[in-house]
Design a binder for this molecule. Sequence first.
Ligand code: F6R
Length: 253
Amino acid sequence: MKILILDDAGAASARAAGLIADHVREKPETVLGLATGGTMEAVYAHLIALHRAGEVSFAGVSSFNLDEYVGLAGDHPCSYRRYMAEKLFDQIDMAPGAGHLPKGEAEDPEAEADAYEAKIVAAGDLDLQLLGLGQNGHIGFNEPTSSLSSLTRLKTLTRSTREANSRFFPAGEEPPRLAITMGIGTIMRAREVLLVATGEAKAEAVEQVVEGAVSARWPGSILQMHRKATLILDRAAACRLELTDYYMDVHPE
Ligand code: F6R
């Protein structure tokens, strides 16, 4: 794993956006795997700025998001489809329909999960998967004890994930209990993975994922087995790492 430690969240998100833009410039028909959540908002803001400055075009890009809440239609204000439309798709030049998410409102969510997995396979799998990190170590909505070879499926969210995400829901409305999420096996098939974690609340998860044992207890730790995984951290998220001097020595920039 390549561990990059930046001064703060702003620098970390700018670096992540820069790496994504480099990738798209090199391969304009890139198949991106995308994430939602607070950390990604800044990454997408930087990508939009790069696009507006004429530095990158997404016209040939297609994408698959990691996850969607079961029961939320795409036009629900808290759905991830709506998040992606507002925070990225509608502000760049991606072709209409090129951004895929699981359908949260599908009548048969299990069949939808299988169909979503098949769509990713048909697209030739993901070139670059962008990931955030849950405080409990989840990637996508693969909560602790998820099978490390799982495919896209339904997952029950932990109480801590629902509490963390309730900040995106209006008062009195709670995040759904179930989500459709790409599996860990799906994510691991991506040819390259880029995880971004910022803030002290992520420090324990970062410690476990980077320097702990590979274990379903901390699902992100599976990235230790990925051939091309880059983790972009800020100092706060990296504050519990033991080998920081080494990481800074290898990648001083
Ligand atoms: C969202 C997702 C999640 C988030 C994670 C971190 O699509 O897959 O794994 O990346 O929960 O969320 P934030 O950035 O809000 O802390």
